[in-house]
Design a protein around this ligand. Structure first.
Ligand SMILES: *[C@@H]1O[C@H](CO)[C@@H](O)[C@H](O)[C@H]1NC(C)=O
Ligand SMILES: *[C@@H]1O[C@H](CO)[C@@H](O)[C@H](O)[C@H]1NC(C)=O
Ligand SMILES: *[C@@H]1O[C@H](CO)[C@@H](O)[C@H](O)[C@H]1NC(C)=O
Length: 446
């Protein structure tokens, strides 16, 4: 394995910090999101990595290392789950096919998946590992533009790199998010695929393992980006509202777009679209559910100081082979086809919405899903038990309550969507169900 390129990368910056960098292969790709839509089929497709205790709902009390029998991650101690949206190619004839993923630069031969980093601050400040039950998200699948300052942290939490062949090309010497990386999907053909770079918040309030929007308990450090323009080595510190410094979780996903470069539309517009109907890339998002065994992550943070992040140089942890990682997987449990052939529409109800306004949910979705409340049109969804909202703190309302009863208004059925940012379908529930906010963009009749 060539970790040298990573070390070289570290040396570009005027400082270096200890980090772990390791591959996790694909566990499953399907419409599940136990954090945002627990107990029901998610509105859009995700690719998921990590421990095989992953499920349609994941109560924070679950003991993931005990429930898992394997993990797709290089470190045997990591039974966490991580997931992001998946990318589709939109053929000029209007059909969609999932873009395959490929192994990242210098990680061996995982089956797709992601490369995960746990980065320590270059200041040498000690980090506190996540607690059991901790979870968070970064990004917002509904957005289609970012109006923030291009040099801000907020602009750089999710970026894209347009690779040339063999992970080369302009800007490849810079940290992810710096150089020529863009905050929207590349507008030109990328000869070596497209890499998605996602930085999670690394400051915690020290109290809540989760919050209703899965984001308020964490935040990004204050201060400037690093000298190259990335969060990777950013020197900032945590604000007083979120004083506990966490490891900076960073993930990379490489989409093998190469075979589609000969099929671009004649007007030259870029043909890739994320699973939530996002052709801009601004809606890319990441979810994290902590699941390291015992205090293994804290031990690794305390003792593993390789600036290149080579997994085998971290003696506090145990590695497994790529073959073992690739053997760990789950069969998709939503009865629909999401990959391997051209589809007439994106799975779920995700028409392509260009923005710049936030996307809206489709009120009468009849996909195998609960987003529109209709019964599944083909095979039933395997599991539809609603799960409690996984929040240790009292839920705060994240949106105005539904409008008062109007007998003529359309009624949503059990488990159907009844509100949320950008949603304009029925907001009243059939008796005896009531509309409950799950997060800022999703309320449900339960
Ligand atoms: C997922 O949850 C269902 C119950 O909702 C359970 O029957 C099943 O065994 C779980 N699967 C895993 C992999 O834990
Ligand atoms: C679009 O083209 C692809 C690739 O040739 C093909 O498989 C698919 O069926 C076509 N879709 C339509 C609607 O013609
Ligand atoms: C990429 O690597 C392959 C295998 O080493 C090599 O054959 C090919 O010429 C390289 N392409 C470029 C553009 O460097």
């Amino acid at each position: 394995m060539q970790w040298g390129s990573l070390v070289a990368l570290a040396l570009v910056a005027p400082y270096a910090s200890a980090l772990l960098r390791f591959p996790c292969s694909q566990l499953v790709t399907q419409r599940f999101d136990p954090l945002v839509t627990p107990g029901v089929v998610s509105p859009h497709v995700h690719q998921i990595i990590g421990g095989n205790a992953f499920n349609i709902s994941m109560d924070p009390s679950l003991d993931l290392p005990a429930l898992s029998t394997c993990t797709t991650c290089k470190f045997k101690e990591d039974f966490s789950n991580y997931w992001t949206a998946v990318l589709f190619f939109k053929h000029p004839n209007g059909s969609f096919i999932r873009v395959p993923q490929m192994a990242n630069q210098a990680v061996g031969s995982p089956n797709g998946g992601m490369t995960v980093y746990y980065i320590q601050p270059q200041s040498g400040e000690k980090v506190t590992a996540f607690k059991k039950g901790f979870r968070m998200i970064t990004g917002d699948p509904m957005i289609r533009s970012k109006t923030v300052d291009k040099n801000s942290f907020a602009a750089h939490t999710s970026t894209f790199r347009c690779w040339d062949a063999n992970f080369s090309g302009d800007g490849s010497q810079y940290e992810p998010g710096a150089g020529l990386d863009t905050i929207d999907l590349p507008k030109k053909k990328c000869n070596g695929g497209i890499r998605s770079n996602i930085y999670f918040p690394s400051c915690w309030d020290g109290k809540n393992l989760d919050t209703p929007n899965h984001n308020d308990h964490v935040t990004y450090p204050t201060g400037a980006l690093d000298s190259a323009g990335s969060l990777f080595f950013a020197p900032g510190s945590c604000p007083s509202t979120h004083p506990v410094r966490l490891p900076l979780i960073f993930t990379e996903t490489v989409w093998d777009t190469r075979s589609f470069n000969s099929m671009w539309p004649s007007d030259g517009s870029q043909p890739f679209v994320f699973s939530m109907g996002d052709p801009t890339g601004y809606g890319q998002h990441g979810d994290y559910l902590f699941g390291w065994k015992d205090d293994s992550l804290q031990k690794a943070m305390d003792t593993c100081t390789d600036v290149g992040g080579n997994p085998t140089s971290c003696r506090a942890l145990t590695t497994q082979s790529d073959a073992e990682m690739n053997r760990c997987n789950q069969a998709p449990r939503v009865n629909e086809i999401t990959e391997g052939k051209y589809l007439s529409a994106l799975p779920g109800c995700n028409p392509v919405q260009n923005g710049p306004n936030p996307a809206t949910m489709i009120p009468s979705c009849d996909a195998i899903s609960t987003t529109g409340g209709a019964p599944a049109p083909t095979a039933p969804v395997p599991i539809t038990t609603p799960a409690p909202i996984p929040t240790p703190s009292p839920p705060a309302p994240t949106q105005p309550p539904p409008t008062p009863a109007n007998p003529d208004a359309p009624m949503q059925t059990h488990y159907g969507q009844c509100g949320g940012q950008g949603y304009n379908g029925p907001t009243q529930c059939q008796a005896p169900y009531t509309c409950k906010a799950q997060n800022q963009w999703y309320s449900q009749c339960t």
